[in-house]
Design a protein. Structure first.
Length: 477
Protein backbone atom coordinates (compact mmCIF):
# COMPACT_ATOMS: atom_id res chain seq x y z
CA UNK A 1 0.00 0.00 0.00
CA UNK A 2 1.23 3.50 -0.83
CA UNK A 3 -0.20 6.99 -0.52
CA UNK A 4 0.94 9.79 -2.86
CA UNK A 5 0.22 13.41 -1.95
CA UNK A 6 0.31 16.00 -4.74
CA UNK A 7 0.56 19.70 -3.91
CA UNK A 8 2.56 22.90 -4.42
CA UNK A 9 4.37 25.43 -2.25
CA UNK A 10 6.56 28.43 -2.95
CA UNK A 11 6.87 32.14 -3.50
CA UNK A 12 3.97 32.36 -5.95
CA UNK A 13 1.54 29.98 -4.26
CA UNK A 14 2.44 30.23 -0.56
CA UNK A 15 2.88 27.29 1.79
CA UNK A 16 -0.62 26.75 3.20
CA UNK A 17 -1.37 23.74 1.01
CA UNK A 18 2.04 22.20 1.65
CA UNK A 19 1.78 22.53 5.44
CA UNK A 20 -1.58 20.81 5.56
CA UNK A 21 -0.30 18.09 3.22
CA UNK A 22 2.61 17.59 5.63
CA UNK A 23 0.01 17.00 8.39
CA UNK A 24 -1.71 14.37 6.22
CA UNK A 25 1.66 12.80 5.38
CA UNK A 26 2.43 12.44 9.10
CA UNK A 27 -0.98 10.88 9.78
CA UNK A 28 -0.44 8.29 7.03
CA UNK A 29 3.13 7.61 8.20
CA UNK A 30 1.91 7.01 11.75
CA UNK A 31 -0.11 4.08 10.44
CA UNK A 32 2.99 2.42 9.02
CA UNK A 33 1.93 3.08 5.42
CA UNK A 34 4.40 4.13 2.72
CA UNK A 35 3.80 7.75 1.72
CA UNK A 36 5.42 10.33 -0.57
CA UNK A 37 4.99 14.08 -1.10
CA UNK A 38 5.07 15.23 -4.73
CA UNK A 39 5.52 19.02 -4.73
CA UNK A 40 5.76 21.68 -7.42
CA UNK A 41 7.97 24.41 -5.95
CA UNK A 42 10.27 27.29 -6.82
CA UNK A 43 12.16 27.31 -3.49
CA UNK A 44 14.23 25.06 -1.23
CA UNK A 45 11.72 23.20 0.96
CA UNK A 46 14.13 21.38 3.29
CA UNK A 47 13.28 23.51 6.34
CA UNK A 48 9.57 22.79 5.93
CA UNK A 49 9.67 19.18 4.73
CA UNK A 50 12.51 17.95 6.94
CA UNK A 51 13.28 14.24 6.59
CA UNK A 52 9.98 13.34 4.93
CA UNK A 53 10.09 11.53 1.58
CA UNK A 54 9.53 14.39 -0.86
CA UNK A 55 10.00 14.76 -4.61
CA UNK A 56 10.20 18.30 -6.05
CA UNK A 57 8.93 18.15 -9.62
CA UNK A 58 6.46 19.66 -12.04
CA UNK A 59 3.71 17.05 -11.74
CA UNK A 60 1.16 19.01 -13.81
CA UNK A 61 1.39 16.70 -16.83
CA UNK A 62 -0.70 13.71 -17.84
CA UNK A 63 2.43 11.80 -18.86
CA UNK A 64 4.05 12.14 -15.43
CA UNK A 65 0.91 11.18 -13.52
CA UNK A 66 0.26 8.21 -15.80
CA UNK A 67 3.79 7.00 -15.18
CA UNK A 68 3.91 7.26 -11.35
CA UNK A 69 0.34 6.35 -10.27
CA UNK A 70 -0.45 2.65 -10.06
CA UNK A 71 -3.78 0.90 -9.54
CA UNK A 72 -3.11 -0.02 -5.88
CA UNK A 73 -2.12 3.51 -4.82
CA UNK A 74 -4.15 6.03 -2.83
CA UNK A 75 -3.83 9.72 -3.78
CA UNK A 76 -4.41 13.09 -2.11
CA UNK A 77 -4.40 16.28 -4.21
CA UNK A 78 -4.28 19.82 -2.77
CA UNK A 79 -3.75 22.33 -5.57
CA UNK A 80 -4.58 25.84 -6.73
CA UNK A 81 -3.31 25.04 -10.21
CA UNK A 82 -4.02 21.46 -11.38
CA UNK A 83 -6.59 21.21 -14.18
CA UNK A 84 -9.59 18.92 -14.24
CA UNK A 85 -7.83 16.71 -16.81
CA UNK A 86 -5.07 16.05 -14.27
CA UNK A 87 -7.59 15.26 -11.54
CA UNK A 88 -9.30 12.89 -13.97
CA UNK A 89 -6.07 10.97 -14.55
CA UNK A 90 -5.48 10.68 -10.79
CA UNK A 91 -9.06 9.52 -10.13
CA UNK A 92 -8.96 6.91 -12.90
CA UNK A 93 -5.54 5.45 -12.17
CA UNK A 94 -5.59 5.31 -8.34
CA UNK A 95 -7.47 2.96 -6.03
CA UNK A 96 -9.00 5.90 -4.16
CA UNK A 97 -8.47 9.67 -4.26
CA UNK A 98 -9.22 12.69 -2.09
CA UNK A 99 -9.29 16.24 -3.46
CA UNK A 100 -8.87 19.19 -1.06
CA UNK A 101 -10.69 22.36 -2.09
CA UNK A 102 -11.15 25.86 -0.63
CA UNK A 103 -13.25 27.64 -3.26
CA UNK A 104 -15.23 25.11 -5.36
CA UNK A 105 -12.48 25.77 -7.90
CA UNK A 106 -13.49 23.12 -10.44
CA UNK A 107 -16.03 20.35 -10.96
CA UNK A 108 -14.13 17.37 -9.59
CA UNK A 109 -14.19 13.86 -11.08
CA UNK A 110 -15.10 10.76 -9.04
CA UNK A 111 -13.39 10.89 -5.67
CA UNK A 112 -13.84 12.34 -2.19
CA UNK A 113 -13.88 16.15 -2.09
CA UNK A 114 -12.91 17.74 1.25
CA UNK A 115 -13.59 21.37 2.15
CA UNK A 116 -11.55 22.06 5.34
CA UNK A 117 -13.16 25.25 6.61
CA UNK A 118 -15.00 26.82 9.52
CA UNK A 119 -17.98 27.21 7.18
CA UNK A 120 -20.08 24.71 5.21
CA UNK A 121 -21.87 27.36 3.13
CA UNK A 122 -21.99 26.74 -0.64
CA UNK A 123 -20.39 23.31 -0.27
CA UNK A 124 -21.61 20.74 -2.85
CA UNK A 125 -23.63 17.86 -1.40
CA UNK A 126 -21.64 14.70 -0.82
CA UNK A 127 -18.48 16.57 0.16
CA UNK A 128 -16.73 16.27 3.50
CA UNK A 129 -16.85 19.78 4.92
CA UNK A 130 -16.65 21.88 8.04
CA UNK A 131 -14.40 22.40 11.08
CA UNK A 132 -13.98 18.68 11.81
CA UNK A 133 -12.03 18.34 8.55
CA UNK A 134 -9.68 21.28 9.18
CA UNK A 135 -6.10 20.05 8.88
CA UNK A 136 -3.57 20.92 11.57
CA UNK A 137 0.07 19.91 11.78
CA UNK A 138 1.03 17.62 14.66
CA UNK A 139 2.44 20.46 16.76
CA UNK A 140 -0.98 22.16 16.67
CA UNK A 141 -3.29 19.19 17.23
CA UNK A 142 -3.86 19.82 20.96
CA UNK A 143 -6.15 22.62 22.09
CA UNK A 144 -4.50 25.16 24.43
CA UNK A 145 -5.86 28.04 26.49
CA UNK A 146 -3.00 30.47 27.29
CA UNK A 147 -3.04 33.36 29.74
CA UNK A 148 -4.14 36.64 28.13
CA UNK A 149 -1.85 39.43 29.37
CA UNK A 150 -3.16 42.88 30.11
CA UNK A 151 -0.65 44.69 27.91
CA UNK A 152 0.46 43.78 24.40
CA UNK A 153 4.25 43.60 24.40
CA UNK A 154 4.99 41.04 21.62
CA UNK A 155 3.28 40.88 18.22
CA UNK A 156 3.97 38.29 15.52
CA UNK A 157 3.52 39.28 11.86
CA UNK A 158 3.22 36.42 9.36
CA UNK A 159 1.65 37.00 5.96
CA UNK A 160 2.28 33.63 4.32
CA UNK A 161 4.82 32.23 1.91
CA UNK A 162 4.02 34.69 -0.85
CA UNK A 163 6.44 37.36 0.36
CA UNK A 164 4.87 40.75 -0.30
CA UNK A 165 7.35 43.53 0.50
CA UNK A 166 4.78 46.27 0.01
CA UNK A 167 2.34 44.61 2.43
CA UNK A 168 5.00 44.16 5.11
CA UNK A 169 6.25 47.72 4.57
CA UNK A 170 2.69 49.02 5.01
CA UNK A 171 2.19 47.09 8.25
CA UNK A 172 5.52 48.40 9.56
CA UNK A 173 4.64 51.98 8.62
CA UNK A 174 1.07 51.82 9.97
CA UNK A 175 1.66 49.78 13.12
CA UNK A 176 5.30 49.16 14.10
CA UNK A 177 6.52 52.76 13.77
CA UNK A 178 3.59 53.98 15.88
CA UNK A 179 4.16 51.51 18.75
CA UNK A 180 7.84 51.60 19.76
CA UNK A 181 6.91 50.06 23.14
CA UNK A 182 5.95 46.78 21.38
CA UNK A 183 8.40 44.22 19.96
CA UNK A 184 7.32 42.99 16.53
CA UNK A 185 8.47 39.58 15.31
CA UNK A 186 8.24 39.36 11.51
CA UNK A 187 8.44 36.04 9.70
CA UNK A 188 10.19 36.09 6.31
CA UNK A 189 11.00 33.21 3.99
CA UNK A 190 14.34 31.75 2.99
CA UNK A 191 13.93 33.36 -0.42
CA UNK A 192 13.42 36.91 0.73
CA UNK A 193 13.78 40.49 -0.46
CA UNK A 194 17.26 41.62 0.66
CA UNK A 195 16.36 45.32 0.41
CA UNK A 196 13.31 44.78 2.61
CA UNK A 197 15.39 42.76 5.07
CA UNK A 198 17.94 45.55 5.48
CA UNK A 199 15.13 48.04 5.93
CA UNK A 200 13.45 45.95 8.63
CA UNK A 201 16.70 45.26 10.48
CA UNK A 202 17.21 49.01 10.86
CA UNK A 203 14.03 49.31 12.95
CA UNK A 204 14.86 48.88 16.65
CA UNK A 205 11.60 47.20 17.73
CA UNK A 206 11.57 44.58 14.94
CA UNK A 207 13.05 41.07 15.11
CA UNK A 208 13.19 38.96 11.93
CA UNK A 209 12.68 35.18 11.73
CA UNK A 210 13.13 32.77 8.83
CA UNK A 211 10.41 30.24 8.09
CA UNK A 212 10.71 27.71 10.86
CA UNK A 213 9.63 24.12 11.68
CA UNK A 214 6.16 23.67 13.17
CA UNK A 215 7.33 23.30 16.78
CA UNK A 216 9.30 26.57 16.52
CA UNK A 217 6.34 28.30 14.87
CA UNK A 218 4.16 27.13 17.75
CA UNK A 219 6.65 28.64 20.21
CA UNK A 220 6.65 31.98 18.38
CA UNK A 221 2.85 32.07 18.37
CA UNK A 222 2.57 31.06 22.01
CA UNK A 223 4.96 33.85 23.06
CA UNK A 224 2.88 36.46 21.22
CA UNK A 225 0.11 38.56 22.73
CA UNK A 226 -1.30 39.20 19.26
CA UNK A 227 -0.68 37.95 15.72
CA UNK A 228 -1.21 39.81 12.45
CA UNK A 229 -1.65 37.12 9.82
CA UNK A 230 -2.85 36.32 6.34
CA UNK A 231 -6.33 34.77 6.51
CA UNK A 232 -5.19 31.32 5.41
CA UNK A 233 -4.13 28.10 7.14
CA UNK A 234 -2.43 29.98 10.00
CA UNK A 235 -5.73 31.18 11.48
CA UNK A 236 -6.67 27.60 12.41
CA UNK A 237 -3.38 27.08 14.22
CA UNK A 238 -3.94 30.29 16.17
CA UNK A 239 -7.49 29.29 17.08
CA UNK A 240 -6.47 25.95 18.56
CA UNK A 241 -3.58 27.61 20.44
CA UNK A 242 -5.93 30.28 21.78
CA UNK A 243 -3.88 33.21 20.41
CA UNK A 244 -5.67 36.50 19.53
CA UNK A 245 -5.13 37.54 15.91
CA UNK A 246 -5.98 40.06 13.20
CA UNK A 247 -6.53 38.35 9.82
CA UNK A 248 -5.74 40.12 6.55
CA UNK A 249 -7.35 38.89 3.37
CA UNK A 250 -4.51 38.85 0.82
CA UNK A 251 -5.97 36.38 -1.73
CA UNK A 252 -9.38 35.60 -3.19
CA UNK A 253 -9.49 32.09 -1.76
CA UNK A 254 -9.41 33.56 1.76
CA UNK A 255 -12.81 35.21 1.43
CA UNK A 256 -14.59 32.09 2.77
CA UNK A 257 -12.38 32.21 5.88
CA UNK A 258 -13.14 35.88 6.48
CA UNK A 259 -16.90 35.30 6.16
CA UNK A 260 -16.72 32.38 8.60
CA UNK A 261 -14.67 34.39 11.12
CA UNK A 262 -17.24 37.20 11.05
CA UNK A 263 -20.21 34.82 11.31
CA UNK A 264 -18.69 33.23 14.43
CA UNK A 265 -18.00 36.66 15.95
CA UNK A 266 -14.24 36.15 15.91
CA UNK A 267 -13.65 39.39 14.03
CA UNK A 268 -15.74 42.49 13.45
CA UNK A 269 -13.94 44.11 10.51
CA UNK A 270 -12.75 43.04 7.08
CA UNK A 271 -9.10 44.02 6.66
CA UNK A 272 -8.32 43.46 2.98
CA UNK A 273 -4.95 44.12 1.39
CA UNK A 274 -5.33 46.35 -1.67
CA UNK A 275 -8.61 47.95 -0.59
CA UNK A 276 -8.89 51.74 -0.39
CA UNK A 277 -9.52 51.54 3.37
CA UNK A 278 -6.78 49.00 4.20
CA UNK A 279 -4.68 51.37 6.33
CA UNK A 280 -7.60 52.75 8.31
CA UNK A 281 -9.12 49.27 8.85
CA UNK A 282 -5.84 47.77 10.06
CA UNK A 283 -5.09 50.62 12.47
CA UNK A 284 -8.64 50.54 13.88
CA UNK A 285 -8.52 46.76 14.38
CA UNK A 286 -5.07 46.92 15.99
CA UNK A 287 -6.20 49.67 18.38
CA UNK A 288 -9.22 47.56 19.40
CA UNK A 289 -7.07 44.46 19.96
CA UNK A 290 -4.78 46.33 22.35
CA UNK A 291 -7.61 46.13 24.88
CA UNK A 292 -7.37 43.03 27.02
CA UNK A 293 -11.15 42.44 27.08
CA UNK A 294 -11.29 42.42 23.25
CA UNK A 295 -8.57 39.78 23.00
CA UNK A 296 -10.12 37.76 25.81
CA UNK A 297 -13.55 37.84 24.17
CA UNK A 298 -12.10 36.69 20.87
CA UNK A 299 -10.32 33.71 22.42
CA UNK A 300 -13.43 32.73 24.40
CA UNK A 301 -15.24 32.36 21.09
CA UNK A 302 -12.62 29.82 19.97
CA UNK A 303 -14.05 27.31 22.46
CA UNK A 304 -15.01 24.04 20.78
CA UNK A 305 -14.37 25.20 17.21
CA UNK A 306 -11.59 22.69 16.43
CA UNK A 307 -10.59 19.32 17.85
CA UNK A 308 -7.42 18.68 15.83
CA UNK A 309 -8.63 15.35 14.37
CA UNK A 310 -9.12 16.57 10.79
CA UNK A 311 -6.11 14.61 9.42
CA UNK A 312 -7.33 11.43 11.13
CA UNK A 313 -10.82 11.73 9.59
CA UNK A 314 -9.51 12.53 6.12
CA UNK A 315 -7.01 9.65 6.04
CA UNK A 316 -9.71 7.31 7.38
CA UNK A 317 -11.95 8.34 4.48
CA UNK A 318 -9.15 7.80 1.97
CA UNK A 319 -8.17 4.33 3.20
CA UNK A 320 -11.70 3.09 3.73
CA UNK A 321 -12.02 -0.50 2.53
CA UNK A 322 -14.87 -1.45 0.21
CA UNK A 323 -15.39 -4.68 2.18
CA UNK A 324 -15.13 -3.83 5.87
CA UNK A 325 -14.24 -0.34 7.02
CA UNK A 326 -11.71 -0.54 9.85
CA UNK A 327 -9.07 1.92 11.00
CA UNK A 328 -6.21 1.70 13.48
CA UNK A 329 -5.22 4.71 15.57
CA UNK A 330 -3.72 5.60 18.93
CA UNK A 331 -6.08 5.39 21.90
CA UNK A 332 -7.17 8.58 23.68
CA UNK A 333 -8.71 9.24 27.10
CA UNK A 334 -12.09 9.68 25.37
CA UNK A 335 -12.02 6.00 24.35
CA UNK A 336 -11.96 4.74 27.95
CA UNK A 337 -15.66 3.81 28.25
CA UNK A 338 -15.75 1.93 24.94
CA UNK A 339 -12.54 0.07 25.78
CA UNK A 340 -14.07 -0.92 29.13
CA UNK A 341 -17.18 -2.30 27.43
CA UNK A 342 -15.11 -4.17 24.84
CA UNK A 343 -12.84 -5.69 27.49
CA UNK A 344 -15.83 -7.10 29.37
CA UNK A 345 -17.40 -8.79 26.35
CA UNK A 346 -17.80 -12.51 27.10
CA UNK A 347 -15.94 -13.42 23.89
CA UNK A 348 -12.94 -11.25 24.90
CA UNK A 349 -12.79 -12.47 28.51
CA UNK A 350 -12.94 -16.13 27.38
CA UNK A 351 -9.42 -16.02 25.92
CA UNK A 352 -7.88 -13.51 28.34
CA UNK A 353 -5.29 -14.54 30.93
CA UNK A 354 -7.57 -13.11 33.63
CA UNK A 355 -11.09 -14.21 32.72
CA UNK A 356 -12.92 -12.41 35.54
CA UNK A 357 -15.04 -9.31 34.70
CA UNK A 358 -13.20 -6.01 35.08
CA UNK A 359 -14.49 -3.36 37.49
CA UNK A 360 -14.88 0.20 36.21
CA UNK A 361 -12.62 1.81 38.85
CA UNK A 362 -9.94 -0.81 38.19
CA UNK A 363 -10.18 -0.19 34.45
CA UNK A 364 -10.15 3.61 34.80
CA UNK A 365 -6.97 3.65 36.90
CA UNK A 366 -5.24 1.10 34.66
CA UNK A 367 -6.24 2.93 31.46
CA UNK A 368 -4.88 6.30 32.64
CA UNK A 369 -1.60 4.68 33.69
CA UNK A 370 -1.17 2.92 30.33
CA UNK A 371 -1.91 6.06 28.27
CA UNK A 372 0.63 8.10 30.25
CA UNK A 373 3.32 5.40 30.18
CA UNK A 374 6.27 5.69 27.78
CA UNK A 375 6.56 1.90 27.85
CA UNK A 376 3.12 1.30 26.35
CA UNK A 377 1.67 1.86 22.89
CA UNK A 378 -2.10 1.50 22.78
CA UNK A 379 -3.90 1.29 19.43
CA UNK A 380 -7.63 0.91 18.93
CA UNK A 381 -9.61 -0.48 16.01
CA UNK A 382 -12.57 1.63 14.93
CA UNK A 383 -15.15 1.81 12.17
CA UNK A 384 -15.96 5.05 10.26
CA UNK A 385 -18.33 6.06 13.08
CA UNK A 386 -15.42 5.87 15.54
CA UNK A 387 -16.98 2.87 17.33
CA UNK A 388 -14.29 0.91 19.16
CA UNK A 389 -14.17 -2.65 17.80
CA UNK A 390 -10.80 -3.79 19.08
CA UNK A 391 -7.54 -2.96 20.80
CA UNK A 392 -3.89 -3.80 20.19
CA UNK A 393 -1.44 -2.98 22.98
CA UNK A 394 2.33 -3.19 23.20
CA UNK A 395 4.27 -3.16 26.47
CA UNK A 396 7.96 -2.44 26.14
CA UNK A 397 10.36 -4.55 28.23
CA UNK A 398 13.98 -3.45 27.56
CA UNK A 399 14.69 -4.39 23.91
CA UNK A 400 11.52 -6.36 23.23
CA UNK A 401 7.78 -5.75 23.56
CA UNK A 402 4.75 -7.89 24.42
CA UNK A 403 1.68 -7.66 22.18
CA UNK A 404 -1.89 -8.04 23.42
CA UNK A 405 -4.91 -8.01 21.10
CA UNK A 406 -8.65 -8.29 21.62
CA UNK A 407 -11.33 -7.76 18.98
CA UNK A 408 -15.09 -7.43 19.28
CA UNK A 409 -17.26 -10.45 18.58
CA UNK A 410 -18.64 -8.41 15.64
CA UNK A 411 -15.36 -9.06 13.79
CA UNK A 412 -15.45 -12.86 14.03
CA UNK A 413 -15.03 -14.35 10.57
CA UNK A 414 -14.09 -11.02 8.94
CA UNK A 415 -10.42 -12.07 8.56
CA UNK A 416 -9.17 -8.71 9.83
CA UNK A 417 -6.85 -9.84 12.66
CA UNK A 418 -3.81 -10.53 10.48
CA UNK A 419 -3.76 -7.18 8.57
CA UNK A 420 -4.44 -5.25 11.78
CA UNK A 421 -1.52 -6.92 13.58
CA UNK A 422 0.73 -6.33 10.55
CA UNK A 423 -0.25 -2.66 10.44
CA UNK A 424 0.34 -2.25 14.17
CA UNK A 425 3.82 -3.80 13.81
CA UNK A 426 4.69 -1.19 11.20
CA UNK A 427 3.36 1.55 13.47
CA UNK A 428 5.45 0.52 16.48
CA UNK A 429 8.50 0.26 14.25
CA UNK A 430 8.12 4.01 13.69
CA UNK A 431 7.75 4.69 17.43
CA UNK A 432 10.30 2.24 18.90
CA UNK A 433 13.07 1.91 16.33
CA UNK A 434 15.32 -0.15 18.62
CA UNK A 435 12.81 -2.93 19.36
CA UNK A 436 14.03 -6.22 17.87
CA UNK A 437 11.48 -8.79 19.07
CA UNK A 438 7.77 -8.98 19.77
CA UNK A 439 6.39 -11.59 22.16
CA UNK A 440 2.82 -12.90 22.16
CA UNK A 441 1.28 -15.13 24.85
CA UNK A 442 -1.63 -17.12 23.41
CA UNK A 443 -4.04 -19.53 25.05
CA UNK A 444 -3.42 -23.08 23.88
CA UNK A 445 -7.18 -23.36 23.32
CA UNK A 446 -7.35 -20.32 21.04
CA UNK A 447 -6.66 -22.08 17.74
CA UNK A 448 -7.78 -19.15 15.56
CA UNK A 449 -5.41 -16.76 17.34
CA UNK A 450 -2.48 -19.18 17.02
CA UNK A 451 -3.06 -19.48 13.27
CA UNK A 452 -3.35 -15.70 12.87
CA UNK A 453 -0.05 -14.98 14.62
CA UNK A 454 1.68 -17.75 12.66
CA UNK A 455 0.48 -16.21 9.37
CA UNK A 456 1.90 -12.84 10.48
CA UNK A 457 5.29 -14.50 11.06
CA UNK A 458 5.34 -15.34 14.78
CA UNK A 459 7.14 -18.58 15.71
CA UNK A 460 6.20 -20.68 18.76
CA UNK A 461 9.04 -20.49 21.26
CA UNK A 462 7.91 -22.24 24.45
CA UNK A 463 5.04 -23.42 26.62
CA UNK A 464 4.09 -21.42 29.69
CA UNK A 465 2.14 -22.31 32.85
CA UNK A 466 1.56 -26.03 32.33
CA UNK A 467 0.94 -25.69 28.60
CA UNK A 468 -2.07 -23.36 29.07
CA UNK A 469 -0.20 -20.48 27.38
CA UNK A 470 2.05 -20.61 24.35
CA UNK A 471 4.88 -18.12 23.85
CA UNK A 472 5.34 -16.82 20.29
CA UNK A 473 8.22 -14.65 19.06
CA UNK A 474 8.29 -12.27 16.08
CA UNK A 475 11.67 -10.94 14.85
CA UNK A 476 11.44 -7.34 13.60
CA UNK A 477 13.00 -6.65 10.22
Amino acid sequence: MKVMIFTEGGIKTGFGHLTRCIALYDEVKRRGIQVELIVQSDVDLRNLVGSRHCTIINWYTVDYLSKVIQADMYCIVDSYIATRDLYQVIAQRSKSAIFLDDTNRIHYPDGIVVHPSLSTNDVPSGSLAGPKYIILRDAFREEVRPFIRQKVTNVLITVGGTLQPSLIQSIVRLICFNHPEITFHILIGDKHDSILERELLSVSNIILHRYVPSHEMKRLMSCSDLVITAAGQTIYELIILGIPFIPIKIAGNQERNMLALRSKKLISSNVTWGSSTFGQDLQTEFKNMLHMHTRTEQTMNYEGLLDGDGPLRIVNSLLRSQDFNLFLRKATIQDSQQIFELSNQEYVRKYSINQKPILWETHKNWYQQVLSSKNHLFFIVTNPSNQVLGQIRYERITNYAVISISLSEMLIGKKVSQPLIQQSLMMIQQEWKDIREITAYISNENIASKKTFERVGFKMNAHEEDNKLLKYIYIME
